[in-house]
Design a protein around this ligand. Structure first.
Ligand SMILES: [Zn+2]
Ligand SMILES: [Zn+2]
Ligand SMILES: [Zn+2]
Length: 107
């Protein structure tokens, strides 16, 4: 899911239809500005102090290694499937989206 083209509030063009270079300095890997290459969950999420991600777009190699100024919390669930979806250093309790999804009566 996503949009092929849109303009972010800061004027950058984004969407999976927008071809661009990786935002890492010196890297010219061709990517697109779809959510799959975004650092963060939401293109504008970097404005929210509780949301991880710097809002830049990186190739596969640099998405995990770009000295992000706003990394995710990095706390994993007991099953180590999902990390806390909040920014590192957040003040709210750790967030575990899986727990919410699977919450309900047990079989
Ligand atoms: Zn790159
Ligand atoms: Zn980042
Ligand atoms: Zn956390």
């Amino acid at each position: 899911m996503g949009y092929a083209f849109y303009v972010l509030p800061d004027g950058r063009e984004a969407g999976y239809g927008v071809v661009a270079d990786c935002d890492h300095p010196g890297c010219s890997e061709r990517i697109n500005r779809g959510l799959g290459y975004l650092c963060g969950e939401n293109p504008d999420g970097h404005r929210d102090p509780e949301e991880p991600g710097c809002g830049k777009y990186f190739c596969e190699q640099h998405r995990a290694a770009h000295e992000c100024p706003n990394p995710a919390c990095g706390v994993y669930s007991d099953d180590e499937r999902l990390c806390c979806g909040l920014a590192k250093g957040h003040v709210l309790p750790h967030n575990d989206p899986i727990e919410e999804l699977t919450f309900g009566p047990t079989a």
